[in-house]
Design a protein around this ligand. Structure first.
Ligand code: CA
Length: 218
């Protein structure tokens, strides 16, 4: 799923990009109305700021709706007239700034689901991962992933076929709230994930160890 972020405040864009990727989304970004409209064909959902560097989110919304694309507006808190105008234009939802990333993600998932775009099942070997519910099903048995297990697994899912070093993994799963994840914790979480995913966790076939380099999920 690719989320188009149309927003001219760079710090918000950077934060959103990092967070969305961590949650398994691809991102496209634009700072102007025209730039955002050009990117619409590659997007599954548009996340739109109202006032852009040039033009506005309303113009992007109009084009997005022509394409049947779901839209969520990022509005300044208390800006009710913009909220009303956006919803009148067919926007699916709005989130007031400053927003909590977790809340935004849950709104995005729910809008994607309603629009029938929320493809959330990923097959890894003989394990089926539901990335929305955070569960793994294998041999008819369902296991629930903890928040950190899920985040780690999403990093693997977003980087299938790529060798991931421990440093990179540690960087990626650094908690958005600032909790430090150390090397030992990473080892523990890899082990827990394997216990839930692998037929034989001692001989892992899904999260493979590449000696001296890191881990690989194909
Ligand atoms: Ca703005």
């Amino acid at each position: 799923m690719t989320i188009l972020i149309a927003e001219d405040e760079k710090s918000i864009v950077r934060g959103l990009e990092a967070y969305l990727r961590q949650e398994g989304f691809e991102t496209l970004t634009a700072e102007t109305e025209e730039g955002a409209i050009e990117l619409l064909p590659g997007a599954d959902l548009a996340l739109l700021d109202i006032s852009l560097e040039e033009g506005s989110g309303f113009g992007v919304c109009r084009q997005a709706k022509r394409r049947g694309l779901p839209v969520i507006f990022l509005t300044a808190s208390g800006d009710e007239s913009s909220v009303v105008r956006g919803l009148d234009m067919g926007a699916d939802d709005y989130v007031a700034k400053p927003f909590r990333p977790r809340e935004l993600i849950s709104r995005i998932r729910s809008v994607l689901r309603r629009s029938g775009r929320g493809q959330t099942l990923v097959q890894l070997g003989d394990a089926a991962v539901d990335t929305e519910r955070g569960t793994v099903t294998r041999d008819g048995r369902e296991e629930v992933l903890s928040a950190l297990e899920k985040r780690l697994l999403m990093v693997f899912i977003n980087n299938r076929g790529r060798l991931l070093g421990r440093d990179r993994l540690l960087e990626e799963i650094w908690d958005a709230g600032g909790d430090f994840v150390n090397d030992n914790t990473l080892t523990v979480y890899i082990k827990r994930l394997r216990n839930k995913l692998e037929r034989d966790p001692q001989n892992p076939e899904i999260i493979r160890t590449v000696r001296g380099s890191g881990y690989l999920v194909d």
